[in-house]
Write a protein that binds this ligand. Structure first.
Ligand code: PNS
Length: 165
């Protein structure tokens, strides 16, 4: 069975990678899809986010990373994915994920599998990592080393421009 793990991944965290790793153990093939949430402003461009995921998932041969625009259900259809896999950190996540799962199911009948995030990563969010990094805080224990380098480089050149969002 081929599944899709979608997200913004701005940047990818150990929490995201724990969900991908567990999806790898549960399903034959995993497509990691780097998307765009129209309500968000991004620090990293789509290409940078795909590159970070590609580097971070290279140890799993059954994982493929791609970027997408538009509806997730259309990517699922195009890539032959039978289910969506997402992580749940806390009850607040559930409300939004349930709504998205129901909408995606209503659109094409695709199922969503929600995996509880490992407790050690439950406090992580890309938004908080960006915030901490922006003010010079240490985010080294929350992201892979390659991602940390990219965050530091991004902070050194200053905040994102509108074109990157
Ligand atoms: O990590 P995020 O920001 O929660 O990821 C959200 C993302 C990009 C996976 C989600 O916004 C998405 O699927 N966007 C594509 C548009 C879509 O299909 N929305 C769901 C139906 S309302």
């Amino acid at each position: 069975m081929r599944v899709i793990c979608p997200g913004s991944f701005d940047p990818v965290t150990h929490g995201h990678l724990d969900i991908v790793r567990r999806a790898v153990t549960l399903f034959d093939e995993v497509v990691v899809a780097v998307g765009r949430n129209s309500a968000k402003n991004y620090l990293f461009s789509p290409d940078e986010r795909v590159a970070m995921l590609t580097e971070s998932c290279s140890q799993w041969p059954t994982v493929r990373v791609l970027g997408f625009e538009g509806l997730l259900v259309d990517v699922c259809r195009a890539e032959g994915c039978s289910a969506i896999v997402k992580g749940l950190r806390f009850p607040g996540d559930f409300e939004f994920e349930l709504q998205m799962a129901q909408m995606n199911h209503a659109l094409t009948g695709i199922e969503t599998v929600l995996l509880p995030t490992a407790a050690r990563w439950a406090h992580l969010s890309s938004t908080m990592i960006r915030e901490v990094a922006r003010f010079g805080g240490d985010v080294s224990s929350f992201v892979p080393a390659t991602v940390l380098e990219r965050i530091r480089a991004k902070m050194a050149v200053g905040p994102q421009t509108k074109e990157q969002s």
